[in-house]
Each structure stands twice: as C-alpha cells, then as structure tokens.
Design a protein around this ligand. Sequence first.
Ligand code: MLT
Length: 248
Amino acid sequence: MRIDVAFNGSATGQGDLHDRVVLVIDVLRASTSIAAALGNGARAVVPFAGVDEAMTRARSLDRSEVVLAGERKMVPIPGFDLGNSPRGFTREAVAGKTIVMTTTNGTAALANTAGSAEVLVGAFVNYAAVLARLRAAAREGKSLVIQCAGSHGRFALEDAVCAGRFVRGVARRGIAPELGDAARVAAMIDRRMGGDLAAVLRESEHGRALVDAGFGEDVDDCARLNAHPVVPVYRERQVVPLGLQRRR
Ligand code: MLT
C-alpha cells in the first residue's frame, strides 16, 4: 500500500481514488470541531461550502434538532448558533443534534474527496482512534491519501504536522507503505516540529491569526491529543461517528 499527502486542500490531483481511503485534516479548527461535536454526542455534521446553502438546509429541518455552526474570517456567522470554536460544541449544545456547518477551508475540503472508498476526518484530538482505523485499512492493502485542508489552497503547517504524525503512525509495526514525496516531507516535519503541539500550533500562520483574533484557547484545545476519541466518517454528504454507523 501507498501513502500520499496533498498539502493544498484537494485529493483530486492524486489520481484514481476509488480504492483509496482519504483522510481530511483541518486541525485549526474545522476537523477538531467536527471531532468535538461527534465526541459530545452530535448525530451528524453536515458540511456546506456556502453560508446561504447552510442556512437553507437548516431552515428545511426541525430547528429544535439542528445546530447551525460556522465561521467566516474566523468569527461566528451572524444568526448562527455556534462559531467554529471546538469548545463551543459541548454535550449540552450538541448531543442528539445535527450540526449544519460551514467553514472557510475545512468544509470545502470534504467536497474534494469525491470518488474515494472511504473518507475520514482527523485531527490531533482524535488521532489514536483514526489511526487505528487507518492501520486496519492498510492491513487490508488499501492505500491512503491524507488531504490537508490548508489555507485557501496554500500549505498550512499545523495540518502538515498532523499529516506527518499519521504517516508515521501507519508506517510502523509490520506495515511498510510506499511513501510519496509529500508524505515523507510531512513525516519529517512532524519529527522535527511535532514535539510540542501547543507551541507549533501557536507558531503556525493560522494559529497566530487565531491568537490575535482572541481565539488562543481554541488553538490550545486543538493540540489536546486524543481528547475526543471518535472516528468521523464522511458519507452521503454527512459526517457521522463510525461506531454509530455500524450500529445502524
Ligand atoms: C477553516 O475551515 O478554514 C478553519 O476551520 C477556519 C477557522 O479557524 O475557523
């Protein structure tokens, strides 16, 4: 099996995806918030690229069962219930609810995975749980594409460190994947910079912007390794926890 990493928010340049697992990462903050929401009992997260689409969808559902969440330029969208702060997705706010969500890069990145065998959503907060799923897929011979949401099509350090952590986690103890060049670089970045996650997230471009905008605590929350041990799976346009999907 093989591991490739896409740093620019889209796995579609990585060739045929039909038998490959795609892992979408947007550490700051969309994939962390998705893991927090599902970890705290949300039924599903339904991602939308646009604000209007998200509002229209929320209006079409029973409002008491929906939480409308998202950001533009990092701040909560007027009229929405929540922004994109992982700490906002508390059990009280989200348990049993469907989260209709739109964020700048993260929710759009999910749309760039069409045609793949399985799409997972990963971050540091659900690292071990997602890694176990990836290792199981690797043992079945399934190749992996790690798609970093990045920032407006550009490289984002925090996503690269997280991607590298997953590459290193899969490629050990009896699994020896072929690594694409970007996967090797991601692993190097994690080895070199991933020792203090809170520090590297705060040093990243987007981390600094979040701190400047008053969201420093969110940045620290996004560095909490394994705080939300869920495996979010994106299927039929919604993200659900893997366990829940199996029980159905
Ligand atoms: C995004 O999707 O671009 C991010 O999650 C932005 C943010 O920090 O809210």
